[in-house]
Design a protein around this ligand. Structure first.
Ligand code: NI
Length: 168
């Protein structure tokens, strides 16, 4: 396993549309393991392959809080089948260090994907998990949370990331 470098906005590779995974083989499992390690080290609750410069449709999520056992969820070739309701949640993103924004999304999302062993599964996500699934799925289409805020907030976010980066 290895830590990968997380791309920071406005890196143009964050805008790439990821390609589906043909086969869940050892190469993909290595990618998944590196992504999990990178996410936990950051630390973050989700990471998409796009964020480490790999344009493949893979993301990992773990929304367990510090006092809960870790619960890694792996999504390969995810598809959001259905969404319902709305919620607004204060989101962060490892590609926007030090920034959080209120983002409106669906309250529930039904998602289908392959797991680390290439087995298909379906998940009915609600609340924070639904937020994470939608946020990470956006990354695979080159979409970022900055696209979901007003032009004013967008400029502020861009400036804040640049400032945090300069002081890092
Ligand atoms: Ni993100």
């Amino acid at each position: 396993m290895a830590l990968r470098e997380i791309l920071i906005y406005p890196d143009p590779r964050l805008r790439e549309v990821a390609r589906p995974v043909d086969q869940v083989d050892d190469e993909i499992r290595n990618l998944v393991d590196d992504m999990a390690e990178t996410m936990y080290a950051a630390p973050g609750v989700g990471l998409a392959a796009t964020q480490i410069g790999v344009a493949k449709r893979v993301f990992v999520i773990d929304i367990a809080s510090e006092d809960e056992p870790s619960n890694l969820l792996v999504f390969i070739n995810p598809e959001i089948l259905e969404t319902e309701g709305t919620q607004t949640h204060r989101e962060g993103c490892l590609s926007f260090p030090g920034v959080s924004e209120d983002i409106k999304r669906a309250e529930r999302a039904r998602v289908r994907a392959l797991d680390r062993n290439g087995r298909p599964f379906e998940l009915e996500a609600t609340g924070l998990l639904a937020v994470a699934v939608q946020h990470e799925n956006d990354h695979l289409d080159g979409e970022l949370m900055i696209d979901r805020v007003s032009p004013l907030r967008r400029r502020m976010m861009g400036r804040k990331v640049a400032r945090n980066r300069a002081s890092a």
